[in-house]
Every structure is written in structure tokens, then in C-alpha cells.
Design a protein around this ligand. Structure first.
Ligand code: NAI
Ligand code: MG
Length: 330
């Protein structure tokens, strides 16, 4: 497997090296290809990402990505949106699962759901018009786009508790009627149990009764919001991994950004980056290694080895090393 490694900016440069060390500890046949992308590159060259970088990413099987700082340029086009579109990674996956010894602000600990967010269309279509007194953003929901995300959600549900919740706002938006219909048909023909919920009510249910959900499938903007909101169950921005998956490429990244407020202090939590490695391993079929990484993270946190965002005093490297020690001891 060929893996592109993009550290990016800020704490990306601190947490990705720890994730790579964890990967190295597993001694798998994975070739790593470093790629420089982000604000640092923009400052040096005027480009945050080049066509050549995109080609390099396309030539790899998958990508491990830290985070990039948004350059202060009104003409700047999001690096992440560019990569997602160019590599057609249509499914954004965020598992929401408690970690040992950590409780989020909701105080809940009996949840285990996954948000499957459509990643290429919806309100992030990029089709926009700005005039003096009015601006438009076109919300695009296609049958093809809805079908492939619905199929992904159903496939995932089959490997879990066979339950999909379709989240939409079809009472107000016709585009979501199409999304809902396609998701329902897909679940029905795949023999997957399903129900549907309006997105505003879902925000309340997901915070109040997270234990009721298995796979939650939704459109781009709703998925973006519900998945950040779900971080409230987990405990820190530094704990949540994510994956962007397409037919040919996959991209794994911590949910957090470059955190300029703590960058350089060596206190960033590397767990989200390390759990992104777990998702990468799972995607590729290294299931035993994926479980080993997850177990080791839980063991380490449960022992109280925590960075300051979790109330601990350990550094990024110390937490990373403790996870590796736990891997090596099993
Ligand atoms: P952020 O996620 O970087 O930081 C939000 C807060 O969470 C900060 O207080 C930060 O210190 C804390 N935090 C984040 N990750 C942490 C970790 N691993 N350990 C401990 N604490 C952590 O979001 P913010 O401040 O809105 O954005 C900063 C920059 O990152 C911006 O330029 C933004 O555009 C970019 N960004 C990039 C993303 C990406 O590349 N995927 C995603 C989100 C933001
Ligand atoms: Mg977001």
C-alpha cells in the first residue's frame, strides 16, 4: 500500500508524526510518501496545493492528513474541498464512540454510532452567485450522489446493528425529498432496518438519546453540523478521527484543525490522529491491527496518560509513545 502523508500546518506537524510512529510499530508493508500542502507552503510559494500535489495524492492508495491553516486570502480555495472533489471521496465517516476513562460534556457513555455524511454535493456544491444585495448558494442533491452514500451507509449498517437513520428536511426542501426517497429505497432493497428524522429534531435526539443510533446518513451540511455536535459526547476535539472514502481513494484525518493557539507547545492530543490510523487499517482490511491500535489507545487513556485538553500533563510525544509501548506489549 502507498500512503501519502500530509502533516499540514500547526499541530498537524506534531500529531501526524505520532500517528506515523504508531503505524511503523505495526511493521506492515506500507510505503509512505510525504507531501507538503497548506499555509506554510502558501507562504513560501503562493500556492497551498499544486496540480502536481494532486497527482501525487492520486498516485497513492490513501492519504493521512493532519490539518491545514486557512490562508488569509479572499481568493483562497479550500484545500480540503479541492482534494475531496479531485479524488471524488464522497463518503465522510465519523465514528462516535466513547473512549476509556473519558466522559464528554453530555455525561453519556453508552453510545456507539457512525455519521455517514455525503461529501461532494448538497449545500457545499460550490455553485454560488454573489451580487450586491443578494447571494445564492445552490443545493445540489442528485440521485447518483444519494444512492452511493445510501449504499455506503447500508453496507456499514450490515457490519454493525443493521439500523440506518436517514436525516433530512424534506418537509421544507424538495432536494431532500429525493435524498429521503433514494435512501429509503436503498435500505429496503438491502434489507436494512431504517427510519427517518428531520434534522432539527435529530440535533436534540442525538444529544439526548445517543444510545439509540447505529448508522446516521445525511447530506453534506447537516452531516457537518451533527458530527461536530457529536464531539460533545466524546470529550475533546483532540479525540475524533474521520475518513473520507471514495471508489478509488481514501483520506484519513483527525477532525480538528491546526490549533494555532497551542501549536509548538508540544501538548496537542495525538489520539484523533492515531485513531485515524485505526480507520485506515480497517479500510484496508488490516482488522486485527486496527483493533490493536484502538485497544492500546483505550488502555493508555484509562491509565490516566492524558494531554492537557483532557486535564492531564503529558506531552504529545509521551502519549504517542505510551500507545506504542502498549502495542509492543501485546
Ligand atoms: P481547531 O480544531 O484547530 O481548534 C479548536 C480548539 O480545539 C482550539 O482551542 C484548539 O487548541 C483545540 N484543539 C484542537 N485540536 C486539538 C488537539 N489535538 N489537542 C488539544 N486541543 C486541540 O479549530 P479552529 O481554531 O477553528 O481552526 C484553526 C485553523 O485550522 C483554521 O485556520 C482553520 O481553517 C483550520 N481547520 C482545518 C481543518 C482541517 O484541515 N481539516 C479543520 C478545522 C479547522
Ligand atoms: Mg467541520
Amino acid at each position: 500500500m502507498k500512503l501519502a502523508v500530509v502533516e499540514g500546518d500547526g499541530i498537524g506537524k506534531e500529531v501526524i508524526p505520532e500517528a506515523v510512529k504508531v503505524l511503523d510499530a505495526l511493521s506492515l508493508p506500507i510505503e509512505k510518501v510525504p507531501v507538503e500542502i497548506g499555509y506554510g507552503k502558501w507562504k513560501k510559494t503562493g500556492y497551498a496545493i499544486t496540480d502536481e500535489d494532486i497527482e501525487t495524492l492520486k498516485n497513492c492508495d490513501c492519504i493521512l492528513f493532519g490539518a491545514v491553516t486557512t490562508p488569509p486570502d479572499p481568493e483562497y480555495k479550500s484545500v480540503l474541498l479541492t482534494i475531496r472533489k479531485e479524488l471524488d471521496m464522497y463518503a465522510n465517516i465519523r465514528p462516535v464512540k466513547p473512549l476509556a476513562g473519558i466522559t464528554g460534556v453530555t455525561g453519556k457513555s453508552d453510545f456507539n454510532y457512525v455519521i455517514v455524511r455525503e461529501n461532494t454535493e448538497g449545500l457545499y456544491s460550490g455553485i454560488e452567485e454573489i451580487h450586491d444585495d443578494v447571494a445564492y448558494t445552490t443545493r445540489v442533491v442528485s440521485r447518483k450522489g444519494s444512492k452511493r452514500i445510501a449504499e455506503y451507509a447500508c453496507k456499514l449498517a450490515k457490519m454493525r446493528n443493521n439500523n440506518v437513520t436517514i436525516v433530512h428536511k424534506s418537509n421544507v426542501m424538495k432536494s431532500d425529498k429525493l435524498f429521503l426517497d433514494v435512501c429509503q429505497q436503498t435500505a429496503e432493497s438491502g434489507d436494512v432496518n431504517y427510519s427517518d428524522t428531520l434534522v432539527d429534531a435529530m440535533a436534540y435526539y442525538l444529544i439526548t438519546y445517543p444510545e439509540k443510533y447505529d448508522v446516521v446518513v445525511t447530506t453534506n451540511l447537516f452531516g457537518d453540523i451533527l458530527s461536530d455536535m457529536s464531539a460533545a459526547h466524546i470529550g475533546s476535539m483532540g479525540l475524533m478521527p474521520s475518513a473520507n472514502i471514495g471508489e478509488e481513494h481514501a483520506f484519513f484525518e483527525p477532525v480538528h484543525g491546526s490549533a494555532p493557539d497551542i501549536a509548538g507547545e508540544k501538548i496537542a492530543n495525538p489520539v484523533a490522529a492515531i485513531l485515524s490510523i485505526k480507520m485506515l487499517l480497517q479500510w484496508y482490511g488490516y482488522n486485527n491491527e486496527a483493533s490493536l491500535v484502538e485497544r492500546s489507545v483505550n488502555y493508555t487513556l484509562n491509565k490516566g496518560i492524558k494531554t492537557p485538553d483532557l486535564g492531564g500533563e503529558y506531552t504529545t510525544e509521551e502519549l504517542g509513545q505510551a500507545v506504542i509501548d502498549s502495542i509492543n506489549s501485546q
